[in-house]
Each structure stands twice: as structure tokens, then as C-alpha cells.
Design a protein around this ligand. Structure first.
Ligand code: AKG
Length: 321
């Protein structure tokens, strides 16, 4: 074992023994801002607060029927894929290479979207655009949200959210393992979501590499194909297929023969039910599944670029394939 591998083992063992428990801490009521800052934000520990959002009109009212009655004719942006993986890895049959593939972005009415969700055999439709789509597409629903319930966390972050996202989808829609440069308040309104979580320092045993980027497009008959995405390489002035770093492993079916280091991770599993709020600290890796027609919202707060961030970047660079 070389010096760096030995150091990674020390990191994994110490972090597991000293700070990462075996499950996500649960509270039955919102903490005050001081407790949240001391016990969760400053330790970068996830937290689930059961029934934190029960008093939101959203939690009482929002259902597929309610949304259709109110906004059935409204145009919404939907991610469409053949397999439920928007922003995930897939093999491109034309060149046999593995790509990181973006979803086909399609606009349709909310009524049409709901009809698609009722077809369990066709493509997979997911409202999941992470560009503050709640503010841009669903602002009429704002009165159903009482953001004062989030003040305990916002006082700690000392900022307002950069993005408020709305999520609704098919149970076949899966969000592949990734991390975000945001502190995340994830609110399930109807149905449930299953999160698999890995703390940032376990990046040392999560296999990652650079993949070519593609986007799902459809032929006239509706069949999907992967279209490579080109970008200008400023170094040589040529248009080349873009690449991005992505996680090579699916935590539901990890290939431990190919990636034995992944067996050193200690995933935490948590189900977030309607009315629950999950605090997911920045750079925690997460993989997400959901019940059929689950409705959720999340609030993303930009991170502080502090030494923890720099230390994480160093670990990333040390372990990228
Ligand atoms: O709900 C999902 O499918 C994914 C959520 C997510 O990745 C996030 O909130 O950062």
C-alpha cells in the first residue's frame, strides 16, 4: 500500500469513527437556528425533520388533480428519456461508447405531462429542470409555500436561495449519483423520495472519469438516439465533442469487480415522506428515486468557498481516473 492509499484509509476510518454516523439524524420538530448551525451546518451533517412542512397549504392541497385543475393548460419544460436517467450514463449504439447523456427537453401542457405519467410503458417524463423552474414555471403556487418555516436554516446560511426547483415525475425516473455546490433544503410535498447519500470525503472511493457528452434526441417515429454535443476547443480552434466528469458507478448495482474501492463507502439511506424536509449539506453525493407522481421542491443555497471546499477539490484531483 503506498503512502497516499494509507492516508485515504486513515481518512475513511477516522471520519467514520468520529463524525459520520450510520443513519441520517431525524428530528420531530424544526431546530432553532443556533442548534441547526451548531449540530448540522457546521458539521456538514444531513438532517431530516419529520412533518416539518405539514402546515404548508402545498402539503395539504397539491396533488396531480389539483395541479391539473389549476394549471392544466400551462406549458411546462419536461425532461424526456428512454430509460428514466436524465443526466446519466448510457451507451451510444452508433459508436459503442459510454456517454454522459442529457435529457431531451420538451415543452408540453401540464395535462399532457400527466397523461404521459399514466403510461407506464412509454418514455420517462420528469419535471426536473434545475434552473429555478418553480419561480419561472410555477410562481402562481408560491402562496401555498410558507418560506418562514425555512428561516431556521436561512439565518444560518445568511442568504436567500439561488434557485427554487420543482420536481414531479414517474417512479421510473432516477437521479444518478452526483453532488452539487449548494446547501440543499429538500421538501417532499406528495409521495416519497428515497435518497442514497455518501459524505464528501468518500470521494476517494467513488470511481469517476471523463465521459463524452451527448443529448437524447428523437427520430420522427419517436425512437431515441444519442446526439454528441460539440464545443469549441479554444486550445486548437476545433469543434470537438464536449466531455464532463461523472460517477462511473450505479449505487443500486455497484460493479465491485471493476471498482473494488467502492466497497469502502458507507452509504446512508433515507426515505423522505410528504411533509418532511431533508437538509443535504453541499458536496454530499446523492442518488434519488421516487414514488409515482411524487411532487417535491428544493431550495439551493450557494456555498462558502472555504478551506473545506479546497480540501475537497484536492481529494477530487488526487482520485480522478
Ligand atoms: O429529486 C431528484 O430527483 C433529485 C434531487 C437532487 O438531485 C437535488 O436536489 O440536488
Amino acid at each position: 500500500m503506498n503512502k497516499v492509499e494509507k492516508a485515504f484509509n486513515t481518512l475513511l476510518n477516522e471520519a467514520n469513527d468520529l463524525c459520520i454516523g450510520t443513519e441520517v439524524v431525524e428530528l420531530a420538530a424544526r431546530p432553532d437556528s443556533f442548534q441547526f448551525t451548531r449540530d448540522f451546518y457546521s458539521k456538514q451533517q444531513p438532517l431530516i425533520i419529520r412533518n416539518a412542512l405539514d402546515s404548508w397549504p402545498a402539503t395539504k392541497n397539491w396533488s396531480p388533480q389539483y395541479l391539473c385543475e389549476k394549471f392544466g393548460k400551462k406549458l411546462v419544460d419536461v425532461a424526456v428519456t428512454p430509460n428514466g436517467y436524465a443526466d446519466g450514463l448510457a451507451t451510444n449504439f452508433s459508436d459503442k461508447k459510454e456517454y454522459f447523456v442529457l435529457p431531451s427537453e420538451e415543452q408540453m401542457t401540464l395535462n399532457e405531462f400527466m397523461q404521459h405519467l399514466d403510461d407506464p410503458t412509454g418514455p420517462v417524463y420528469y419535471i426536473q429542470k434545475q434552473n429555478s423552474n418553480f419561480t419561472s414555471n410555477f410562481s402562481e403556487l408560491m402562496p401555498d409555500i410558507d418560506t418562514s418555516l425555512l428561516e431556521f436554516a436561512e439565518k444560518c446560511f445568511q442568504k436567500s436561495p439561488d434557485a427554487i426547483n420543482f420536481w414531479m415525475g414517474d417512479e421510473r425516473a432516477v437521479t444518478s449519483m452526483h453532488k452539487d455546490p449548494y446547501d440543499n433544503l429538500y421538501c417532499v410535498i406528495s409521495g416519497c423520495k428515497d435518497f442514497i447519500l455518501l459524505p464528501p470525503h468518500q470521494v476517494v472511493c467513488i470511481p469517476r472519469k471523463h465521459y463524452p457528452v451527448g443529448i437524447y434526441k428523437r427520430h420522427k417515429d419517436g425512437q431515441f438516439f444519442i446526439d454528441p454535443v460539440f464545443e469549441l476547443n479554444v486550445a486548437n480552434g476545433r469543434n470537438e465533442v464536449a466531455t464532463t466528469e461523472w460517477i462511473s458507478i450505479d449505487p443500486l448495482f455497484p460493479d465491485l469487480e471493476l471498482y473494488p474501492q467502492y466497497s469502502k463507502t458507507k452509504p446512508l439511506h433515507v426515505r423522505v415522506n410528504a411533509g418532511d424536509l431533508l437538509y443535504l449539506p453541499n458536496y454530499w453525493f446523492h442518488h434519488v428515486r421516487q414514488s409515482h407522481k411524487c411532487i417535491a421542491m428544493n431550495f439551493w443555497y450557494d456555498i462558502e468557498y472555504d478551506t473545506r471546499y479546497c480540501y475537497f477539490r484536492m481529494l477530487e484531483d488526487l482520485t480522478l481516473d
